[in-house]
Design a protein around this ligand. Sequence first.
Ligand code: SF4
Length: 449
Amino acid sequence: MASVDAVTLRPTRASLKVNGVAATEFPHLGHREEKSVSVSVDPRPLPPYVPTEPGLSQRFGVLDVPLQREVWSPSRLEAWLKCPRQAWLKQHLRADDDEEMSTEDIDIRIRGQVVHETEAAILHGHGVPMGGEITTEPQPLHLGPMGEGRAGWDAVLDFLQQDVHWLGRHNAVSVHRTKDLIDASPESWQAHQDGEIELPPRGRLARLLNADLALEHAAPVAMEWSPRVESERSVLLDTREGDEATGFRLFGYADRVDVVVLPDALRSMLVDQGVLGDADHETPFPLHDTPRPAQRLIVIRDLKTVRGPDSASAGLRHMRCLFEDLQLALYARAWELLHPNDRVIGVGASEVGESTTHYVELDSDLAALSEHLSIGELTQVFPQHFPASTPSGTTTTSFRRWMAERLTVAQRAVDTAHQGHVHPTPGAHCSYCAVAHSCDVSQYSGGDF
Ligand code: SF4
């Protein structure tokens, strides 16, 4: 039985530094250089064990009736990548062991919800409709109404006052959370609500607002954006080059989408380089062909609430979003499919902890501008891990090859389900598996696969 534990799927600082594209073949399961091994090209979902006896085949996880599902969300797909047995038990049989959440888990979940809703309130004040797209000329947050004096902070406090009713209560948990989020005591929060004082911008949410206002070249255009066409709440993704029969419909919500707005000098540079242009297109930006000029450049962001972060962990959640998760790549392609004149040139996690950092992995076609770009903390790791060509040898960028590879991985997850393969894929994740009691390879039934 196969397990992913032997390969590095979760990026570490050491594995990210190894030049994976120097491997003699692509894809690979990790390229060794001196003491370290690079991140593996994602092989998931792992193939099932293939026994010769039909009875054994069913025991190892092959259903007689394939699972049919047309519309997929990134989180549903990610579950199939990790372990098809777990995904099948939870998503189709709705079997779930009792979920025991620790107080710390509940705390992180509540904090995550408040962070998302606070960001939505800030962007709403900027004119970005929840779930939709801005129709006026995009402009960065600091140049809009939220950048005027206390307006942004007041939008945050108004949202908290209207929607977060536990704030300012006197129990220990609420006192701690109020201090953490806005650096206020229950008494000062009450005084603010009574109009007696103005709370200064402090705490975790003030730092989130400041990080938003600092993105001088990023204009937010959508929040909780859902890819949809007129007749459907989903969009058909083109997952395989030249194969129009494959693909699946994507449903979900992208946390935040920004348009890059540049000073004239930088814009002219990109026009000269053939990255920007005025031509109108009816077909989406090429994924398996040479890039062409686009009218707008786009950044897709995923908001992640993190512990800390300390210096050892800062930026690693962003890397997990790039290498382990699917949603950034899927939403990036969905945006391009629905906006043929746009090109996604940046994706990343906004790590919201005690401080906020908007990380962005930047397409190498914009590398020459990186010193001047204020769209977040830039990373450029893809050139070390994805070839700057398509599988058929056409020149593209590592960023676009990454997007194509993640779509291929997502399609494999869909194929696994459609083929009725629900085999267990054990690994370190079994320790957190909510259906471990029902799984015959878990430690509860002997373990040690
Ligand atoms: S215990 Fe492990 S192998 Fe079994 S269903 Fe859970 S994650 Fe999969």
